[in-house]
Write a protein that binds this ligand. Sequence first.
Ligand code: GDP
Ligand code: ZN
Length: 356
Amino acid sequence: MSIELEKSGYSFFQERHRLETGLALENIARVVSDSREIYMIQSAAGNFRATLSGKLRHAAETRRDLPAVGDWVAFTRADAENAVIDAVFPRQTCLERSAVGKLDVQIIAANVDTVFVVIAADRDFRINRIDRYLALILNGGINPVVLINKCDLLEEEGWRDLEVQIFRRHPAVEVVATSLVSGLGLDHVRRMMIAGRTFCFAGSSGVGKSSLINWFAGENLFSTSEVSLATGRGCHTTSSRHLHLLPGGALLLDTPGMREVAMSDAGDGVGETFPAIEALAADCRFSDCSHTSEPGCAVLAALADQTIDAAALASYMKLRRESSRFEQKLHERHRADKNFGKMARQVLKIKKILKG
Ligand code: GDP
Ligand code: ZN
C-alpha cells in the first residue's frame, strides 16, 4: 500500500484489484473532479489533468462504465501535467441517479462510505423525503446516517420527537441530532468520520450542509483542495476539486450533484429501506402481488393488524412504482440501442461486400 494513496482513501479493496491486475502503484489515481470528460486525478506522484483512452471510451456502453468523481483509475502519464485514463477500478459503492431526460444513469459519486442525510429540525418535516434518500443510498451499497440539524431552534422535546419518528420507521439507521449554534452532536459526527474513509453530505438546500462541511473542514478545506497532496505545490488547474482531505484524515466528497440529489430512481434500495415490508411481501400468495386487493396478501394483513404503518407502506409503494418505471424505460432503451448497433454492423458489412 502507499501512504500517499491512503491519504486519498486507498484501501484494501483497491489494493486487491491492483494485485490481481498487476498494476504499478504509480499508475493508480483517484478522480477528484470531472467536467465533460476532462478529469482531475490525484496520484501518489501528484495531480494530473486526464482524458479517457480511446479504448475505454469505445468500450463504454453506459455512463456506468466511465470514471466518476471518487473512482479509482489506472492511468498513463503523458507529460508533467497530463495523463490518460486506461481503466476504472471496480466500485466499492456507487451513488447514482437517473439522468433526467436522458434515460441513462448519472454517477453522482463513487466509493463513498457514508452519506450524511441532513434535514433541518425547524423545516416542515417529511419523513418520506428521508425514505427517498435512504433508498438511493442503500441502493448504492452506502451507509446512511441521518443528521437532524438546527436543533437549537426547537426545545429538546421537539427534536427528540423527530428522532423517535425516524427511529420508528428506520430502526437500523443511525440518527444524530446536531446544531452548529449549540454544538450539539458535532463531536459525535466527527468521531464517525474515520481517517481514510470517504463521506458526503446530502439534503435540501438551506438545511445547513455548507455550514457543517465548513465546521468539519476547519481552515483546512480550501488549502488542501488547492494543493497537490504529494508535492505540496499548487496545481495548475482551474477546475475545482471535489474531494477534500479533512484535518483528521477523512475524505469529504462534495460535488454539486451530491448536494442536489433530490430524487430519482432508487432501484433495489427501496426494499432495503423498508426491510420489514419487503419481508412481508415475500409471503404474499402471488409473487407479483400489488398489495392493494389480492387475496393472501401478507402486507395487507400486517396493515390490518397494525404491524406496519399505513404511511410507511404508502411511501414504499410510491418509491417502488417510480423505480420500476425507470428500470423499464432504461431496459427498453438498451434494447433499442442493441438493435441499432446490430443494424449498423450489418450495414457496414454490406458496404464492405459491395466495395470488395
Ligand atoms: P445548505 O444550503 O444546506 O448548504 O445550508 P447552509 O449551510 O447554507 O445554511 C443555511 C442557513 O442555515 C444559514 O443561514 C446557516 O447559518 C443556518 N444554519 C446552519 N446550521 C444551523 C444550525 O445548526 N442552527 C441554526 N440556527 N442555523 C443554522
Ligand atoms: Zn401483497
